[in-house]
Design a protein. Structure first.
Length: 604
């Protein structure tokens, strides 16, 4: 029998490896920009065409490469960052695997122009599908100029499964922001189809955050900082009032590298416990400086998953640092003793005589001797008004809990079984008796389901009713949100919004849906755009559903609002008229039933 195992050609092996390193155009930009940072560049320009499908260009003024290094850089596991395995635990650079350029060259057509400062002539290199097609001297400035064209031209399956241009461009912006936020000393620009998206000048860290996400964020940032023998921690956290349900900017960086860390995320959330409403998020930009030997970044090619030595100690440091920042800047509500524009309260003067107040009254007044008023509606005796009414009765336990068969989950049956009297527990839950026991309803989630289905019913309408705003408000969108605005705004107009572009990512809110009076219009629009940005919808129906859910969550009855029995009755009846009474549109439980048998068992 002949041998069947054989070595794969380098071109095939590179294409297989590229599947891990180069997943989409954003991955190409991440790798090339990180290489430019490692090369000591002070200016980095990124230009994309058709969200990177057609062309990606990254230009830097770094150290450049020699002719030999330029050719060798496209070989697998060729790197200038490490020399031996021990160097993996002392990394001071963004890249180290030596896989990025080889993976890019395996799935795209690449042109490189590069020159070192010590050389008069640069090198022009052309590669397609891992094969060098041309190499010659050229005239070019110091640094490197990469042009990546026709990404995945030889991997049609990967190219076919790329998302829409808007989604891919959004991913490019996200990858770009994660690098730009770490290096404020480097000037960055990003252009898409000739349009400038970012033009970030050199500056300090706070200025870079404001340049990326807008000036409004500047007033909400609180600095954090502590230096210990374990780690150095710097950055900013948002004030409690800056919390929002969606779209909060939350970033962790370690040694200049973006990372995801759910454990440290909980440390920040717990520091804001009881200061922000449940379910809302606070922005933060936290930078860790840890000894390279105490972390492991060589877990995944994307390098966003990082393991720490002594995670619990760092967790405690982070938690204490954030709590101190919030307390230090007096962001916990306090008593306000400001007397400006307050009523003038007279001051007690000991030199004045104290006179007791007097009360004037008529001792001869008797209300029963007054002239009787004209009787209304011809009623001669007040007792006639109460004829036919039964005296108030206190419901007995057997009236509230009537034994019956197993309860049904259908709304039609529950509405027939429920008691007309309801009880509100801690202004959050509505409790009502049914035949099988006690039904507990989450008032906010129930209202979300009701409003969501009402908004969906507007899908077939040409346009919902809008309420003009007396003074239009202005909402500022980030670069990533503005990219999504093009597909979101037409669907928002069908819901009743009227927005006008003012340029620079700003929009004037001229009208909102008629049934949303009292809602913060600016925050509502930002939440809806953020929700559409986070979710990658494939059609307009899914997009409309996402916007309807976001609007319902903002307009629903909040926790803590006191409801009367009539209001609770109306809410319960409206819930049972919905197509799904058990779950919110995002899958959360709305109600539960505590069965009578369970209560008997608990009470012995």
């Amino acid at each position: 029998m002949s041998d069947i195992i054989q070595l794969l050609p380098d071109s095939v092996a590179n294409q297989i490896a590229a599947g891990e390193v180069i997943q989409r155009p954003a991955s190409v930009i991440k790798e090339l920009v990180e290489n430019a940072v490692d090369a000591g560049a002070t200016t980095i320009n990124v230009l994309v065409v058709d969200a990177g499908r057609t062309s990606i260009q990254v230009i830097d003024n770094g150290c450049g490469m020699s002719e030999t290094d330029a050719r060798l850089s496209f070989e697998r596991h060729a790197t200038s960052k490490i020399r031996q395995a021990a160097d993996l635990f002392a990394l001071h650079t963004m890249g180290f695997r030596g896989e990025a350029l080889a993976s890019i060259a395996a799935v795209a057509q690449v042109e490189l122009k590069t020159r070192m400062a010590t050389e008069e002539v640069g090198t022009h290199l052309s590669i397609a599908g891992s094969r060098v097609t041309d190499q010659e001297p050229c005239s070019c400035p110091v640094g490197s100029n990469f042009v990546i064209e026709n990404l995945f031209f030889n991997v049609p399956a990967r190219r076919k499964f790329l998302k829409s241009n808007a989604t891919e461009l959004n991913n490019i912006v996200t990858a770009f922001e994660r690098i730009a936020l770490v290096y404020p000393q480097i000037a960055f620009t990003l252009h898409s189809n000739g349009t400038e998206i970012f033009n970030l000048k050199r500056g300090n860290l706070r200025q870079r955050i404001v340049d990326v996400f807008g000036k409004r964020l500047n007033q909400d940032l609180l600095p954090v900082g502590v230096e210990t023998t374990i780690c150095k921690l710097t950055g900013f956290v948002g004030k409690p009032e800056s919390a929002k349900k969606k779209g909060a900017h939350q970033y962790f960086f370690v040694n200049g590298r973006y990372m995801k860390h759910a454990y440290f995320h909980k440390a920040v959330l717990q520091a804001f416990e009881r200061l922000v409403p449940a379910g809302e998020q606070v922005p933060y930009f936290i930078y860790f400086d840890v000894a390279p030997e105490n972390i492991d970044v060589n877990i995944h090619p994307t390098k966003t998953e990082i393991k720490f030595e002594g995670e619990q100690a760092i967790w405690q440091i982070l938690h204490a640092c954030v709590k101190e920042a919030v307390g230090l800047f007096n962001d916990i509500p306090s008593l306000d003793f400001d007397t400006e524009e307050k009523p003038d309260i007279p001051v007690f003067g000991s030199s004045k005589d104290i006179v007791a107040p007097t009360v004037n009254y008529n001792p001869n007044y008797n209300p029963f001797n007054s002239t009787p008023r004209e009787r209304r509606n011809g009623v001669d005796d007040w007792q006639q008004l109460y004829q036919g009414l039964q005296p108030n009765r206190t419901p007995h336990q057997e009236e509230l809990f009537v034994p019956d068969d197993e309860p049904t989950e259908q709304g039609e049956s529950l509405i027939a079984e429920k008691s007309p009297s309801h009880y509100q527990y801690k202004a959050q839950y509505i409790m009502t008796a049914v035949k099988s026991g006690l039904m507990i309803i989450d008032q906010h989630r129930a209202h979300v389901r009701i409003l969501y289905e009402q908004y969906l019913n507007r899908k077939g309408q040409q346009k919902a009713g809008a309420q003009k705003m007396l003074f239009p408000e202005v909402v500022k969108l980030s670069a990533a949100e503005e990219l999504s605005a093009g597909k979101v705004l037409p669907e928002m107009e069908r819901l009743g919004f009227e927005l006008t572009s003012l340029g620079g990512g700003s929009y004037a809110i001229n009208a909102i849906p008629a049934d949303l009076s009292g809602v913060n219009a600016v925050q509502l629009v930002k939440d809806m755009v953020a929700a559409a940005t986070e979710n990658e919808q494939t059609n307009t129906q899914e997009l409309f559903n996402t916007l309807a859910l976001s609007m319902a969550q903002n307009a629903a009855i909040p926790y803590g609002q006191i409801l009367g029995n009539d209001e609770m009755e109306h809410l319960v009846n409206a819930l049972f008229a919905c197509s799904n009474v058990n779950y919110t549109p995002d899958g959360k439980n709305i109600l539960t039933i505590l069965k009578q048998e369970e209560m008997k068992r608990m009470l012995g």
